[in-house]
Design a protein around this ligand. Structure first.
Ligand SMILES: [Ca+2]
Length: 481
């Protein structure tokens, strides 16, 4: 080797070492997700009544996504996309109350293996149970611990004021608003591990503003003119927003805020029964694959890295969370199970990007959608090769189907979506796993109120108001003819 070349190589290596030595420590990571909060339900997105000063402050300090998409239009499926970076159907979570397959590779497991202390707080809904949120059992082989969380304080599904939660299988009753309770618990976790050698990964999954709507009187005072349901729904969002403020202040008080990546979003679009609208001017609501069912508030705050607050139109979603965190930490691609559907958003932290290379794709309840930057192709039912094409830049309300008017765009997106659908079908059949099949021990979706494992706890649970209707004797009900 020529001396000059050798010298420059050595210099380069020295510079790389210096760079490595100067790299900031790995961030603490906090993922926060609302339950059923629509795109229109923030102050900064222009809600006519609801004020969200804490989310507005977070948005003003970080990277605010104008086009952030839940991975699916309802809860468990979106949660599966967070856990895997893959479409929900690939992971076996075709609808709410379906279990995440144990054969999947998960985000908390990857972070724990990378040296993080991991914790889950709140709604889980990936263990296959339907029905109102019940405390999760220690023996449940789909509990948060089984998927990589060192600590967890969790319920099977939504939970409200004065909830009963499960701390690694031990039932624990709480008093107060559900959002404030789990934020307080997350802050205790962060305080305990603040001075440790390991960074932390916290997942805070709220039970609000999902039904049943049950807000404190002062929190619904601003909505006195609304119907009772809407009063309580928006009141829950006031408490949720306040708890975001408590969390951000808590991170500052613990001295962690600067190098904590805090990511806020919702798990699906807004609800149709609430007024004023939960989805702004978007079309459709929760459980549809129009924008109102999928687009949600999304904000990333990380003061050490995202130093210039910004609003981006770049299309992104919960499917990108795992790839983004893996990229930030330099984890190998093998921490995620292929095929991965999301992509890393890390480049956006320091510069805006005009176009997204990998389209955002949705496959849920035998429907599919394909978002390639400004265009969105919808297949309302997989049973038919019929499609709708929208230009989301020109027509955010999805009111003009361009399938006939834009034949070239239509053909390009249709070909891509059909190929992707076939790839999802292979995953559903278990082709991504080493065994090339789905494990026969995966549980079906079932109601915990009739599941054998919950029978020993029913007498205790029946004393609590939130389970009365679910556990009430069905004998009084008239049988349908
Ligand atoms: Ca939800």
């Amino acid at each position: 080797m020529r001396p000059l070349l050798l010298a420059s190589l050595l210099l380069f290596q020295a510079a790389s070492c210096l760079h490595a030595a100067a790299a900031p420590p790995r961030p603490h990571i906090v993922l926060v997700m609302a339950d059923d909060m629509g795109w229109g339900e923030t102050g900064y997105n222009g809600h006519p009544l609801l004020k969200t000063p804490h989310l507005d402050a977070m948005a003003a300090a970080g990277l605010r996504f104008d086009r952030f998409y839940a991975g699916a239009p309802n809860c468990s499926p979106t949660r599966a996309t967070v856990m895997t970076g893959r479409n929900n159907d690939r992971a076996g979570v075709e609808n709410h109350g379906f279990a995440l397959r144990r054969q999947e590779k998960t985000l908390p497991r990857a972070l724990r293996d990378a040296g993080y202390t991991t914790a889950h707080f709140g709604k889980w809904h990936l263990n296959g149970f339907r029905g109102p949120g019940a405390p999760i059992l220690a023996t449940d082989d789909h509990n948060p611990g089984e998927f990589g969380f060192d600590e967890w304080l969790s319920a099977t599904n939504f939970f409200d004021r004065n909830p009963l939660l499960s701390r690694r299988g031990k039932f624990e009753a709480f008093t107060g608003d559900s959002s404030e309770i789990i934020v307080a618990e997350a802050l205790k976790f962060l305080a305990r591990h603040r001075t440790g050698s390991k960074p932390t990964f916290s997942v805070i999954w709220y039970g609000s503003p999902h039904s049943p709507f049950d807000a404190d009187e002062p929190d619904r005072a601003a909505f006195a003119s609304l119907a009772n349901l809407s009063q309580h729904h928006y009141g829950e969002l006031v408490a949720l927003d306040r708890s975001v403020g408590t969390l951000r202040r808590g991170l500052r008080d613990l001295g962690l805020a600067d190098n904590t990546l805090l990511w806020f979003c919702s798990d699906n679009g807004g609800l149709p029964e609430i007024s004023p609208s939960t989805v702004g001017n978007l079309r459709g609501f929760k459980n549809t694959i129009y924008e109102g069912g999928l687009r949600v508030p999304g904000i990333i705050e990380w003061p050490a890295v995202i130093t210039q607050p910004r609003i981006t139109r770049y299309p992104a979603g919960t499917i990108d969370i795992f790839p983004t965190l893996a990229d930030i930490l330099g984890l190998p691609a093998s921490v995620m199970l292929a095929p991965v559907d999301g992509s890393s958003l890390r480049p956006l932290f320091t510069a805006d990007l005009a176009t997204r290379t990998k389209p955002l794709a949705f496959h849920h309840q035998r429907r599919a959608a394909w978002i390639d930057n400004r265009y969105k192709l919808i297949q309302p039912t997989l049973a038919e090769e019929k499609f709708e094409l929208y230009d989301l830049d020109a027509d955010p309300a999805e009111s003009h189907d361009l399938a006939a008017a834009q034949p070239e765009v239509f053909a390009r997106l249709r070909t891509a979506l059909l190929a992707w659908n076939a790839s999802v079908a292979a995953s559903v059949a278990g082709q991504d796993y080493p065994e090339r099949r789905v494990s026969p021990t995966e549980p079906p979706s079932r109601d915990w109120t009739t599941a054998p494992e919950y029978q020993p706890h029913l007498a205790q649970l029946a004393t609590r108001p939130e389970y009365q209707s679910a556990l009430a004797p069905k004998a009084g009900k008239k049988k349908k003819p």
